[in-house]
Write a protein that binds this ligand. Structure first.
Ligand code: UDX
Length: 458
């Protein structure tokens, strides 16, 4: 078993650290924030991730994991140091490597025996070479230090599972010594390991993520065409999925991809290509389609309604996908400001993301509009004039088609996640707009319409 230090306790670092401890390694997680460190020692995770806190508590109790701000000590004692700090996107689409650089320098100034430094953060191809050079430039003691690449492929919401049961481990090394060390670390996981050189490993991460992003954008593009020509994207996806070369996953058309990876990694690879004098047209198309897709439903609803001004607008789901409190690049972040600008009175429901969202858009009036956070879906849709579904939370899926009809003032639903069957919405007399499918129209004037007429007879 090895002594491992992990720099950064976000999704990448903390989940990796906890999983290394779980398979028996001795792990120290380093973070600059003392408050965060104290919380983690108490078994509280700074990120919302299913199953993570249980493993944190268990491995802390069994002395296999510890948390510290004292990087000097942690790095000095480690055989292997994993870097899992953030590489946020900069305005030009490139990755900000300043956190990586800070950690690299701290490592150089702390280590006093031979150490393998492993970059887990997603970094542009060639960064590992630079990190190695950087560490050598600042190295204080005469020790061997090498950098390896080990990208992760975890999805938020299933991060622990994805790490412990990964489909493959990618290791990118430039020496037998580094390769063997990493092979040993991953041996207890008993998973397939693909060993390549550093630059290929860095590229595998981007190429994989961007391929998935492209797959989603492709389905969204086809979905938009389906609407125009009277085909149904879900049936189309089903038909496609039987071809093993296509596969059945990531064929869901929707409101576009969000999150911390796909938007950032598509832009970063596009940027890298441009820097090298190459135009990566496929990835650019994935980015463009996604941008359009995010506000597609808002635009449709704007055309359908005269105005949002003074309307009660239910918003179901704020996070970029279910199972996480992460709002990064979520459709809600694009659409809610547009709705507020138009004077909508928004009633937003999200089982875990509301608090984070309220930090950006506090409850209360916003210009002509307003936003209220509710803890039950029913409160959001009750008497609403229109409802937008942005995230397919279980709580949202539990709402039956007839509930929209019964509770809303006008049963008008714009669903960015194709949560319902068009036929069932039609049967329940809900006007239902989704992605890549026909519109469910209301046949008759409903009770709810009468209620609306009464209310405007003032
Ligand atoms: C993703 C990758 O899955 C993971 O391997 C990588 O390491 C990091 O990025 P994550 O961002 O957590 O993980 O979520 P994921 O479940 O992949 O979804 C990303 C976005 O695509 C979400 O907004 C989701 O709603 C959307 N999506 C996904 C679709 O619109 N359609 C699909 O079929 C699948």
């Amino acid at each position: 078993m090895m002594n491992i230090a992990v720099a950064g306790t976000g999704y990448v670092g903390l989940v990796a650290g906890v999983c290394f401890a779980e398979v028996g390694h001795q792990v120290t997680c380093v973070d600059v924030n003392q408050h965060k460190v104290d919380l983690m020692k108490g078994g509280i995770s700074p990120i919302y991730e299913s199953g993570l806190e249980e493993l944190m508590k268990k491995n802390y109790a069994e002395n296999r994991i510890n948390y510290t701000t004292n990087y000097k000590e942690a790095y000095a004692e480690a055989d292997v140091i994993f870097i899992g700090v953030g590489t946020p996107e900069q305005p030009d689409g490139s990755a900000n490597l300043s956190y990586i650089a800070t950690v690299a320098r701290q490592i150089a100034e702390s280590i006093n025996n031979d150490t393998l430094v492993v970059v887990k953060s997603t970094v542009p191809v060639g960064t590992n070479d630079k990190v190695e050079q950087f560490i050598h430039d600042f190295l204080v003691n005469d020790v061997r230090v090498e950098v390896a690449s080990n990208p992760e492929f975890l999805a938020q919401g299933s991060a622990v599972h994805d790490t412990l049961h990964a489909e493959r481990i990618i290791i990118g090394t430039e020496s037998k010594w580094a390769e063997e060390l990493l092979q040993n670390i991953y041996k207890p996981f008993n998973l397939p390991v693909v060993s390549v050189n550093r630059r290929s490993a860095e590229m595998i991460k981007y190429a994989s993520n961007d391929f998935l992003a492209l797959k989603i954008s492709y389905m969204n593009d086809i979905a938009n065409l389906c609407e125009l020509v009277g085909a149904d994207i879900q049936d189309v996806a089903k038909g496609m999925s039987f071809d093993e070369r296509i596969g059945s996953k990531f064929l869901n058309a929707g409101i576009g991809f969000g999150g911390s990876c796909f938007p950032k990694d598509t832009k970063a690879l596009d940027y890298l290509a441009k820097q090298n004098g190459y135009e990566l047209k496929t990835v650019q198309a994935a980015i463009d389609v996604n941008k359009e897709q995010k506000t597609m439903l808002y635009k449709k609803a704007s055309r359908r309604l005269i105005t949002f001004n003074g309307l009660k607008v239910a918003v179901l789901g704020l996070t970029f996908k279910p199972g996480t409190d992460d709002l990064r690049e979520a459709a809600s972040l694009e659409n809610i400001p547009l709705l507020l600008e138009q004077g909508a009175n928004i009633y937003a429901f999200d089982p875990v993301g509301a608090e984070n969202f309220a930090n950006i858009h506090p409850e209360g009036p916003h210009g002509r509009g307003s936003i209220t956070y509710v803890s039950r879906v029913e409160e959001a849709i009750k008497d609403a004039n229109v409802c937008f579904i942005f995230t397919e939370w279980g709580e949202v899926k539990e709402v039956t088609p007839s509930m929209y009809n019964e509770l809303m003032r006008t049963p008008l639903v714009y669903d960015g996640r194709n949560t319902y069957s068009v036929e069932e919405m039609e049967k329940a007399q809900v006007e239902y707009h989704s992605i890549g499918r026909k519109i469910a129209e209301r046949q008759n004037m409903k009770e709810s319409n009468k209620r609306e007429l009464q209310s405007i007879r003032y």
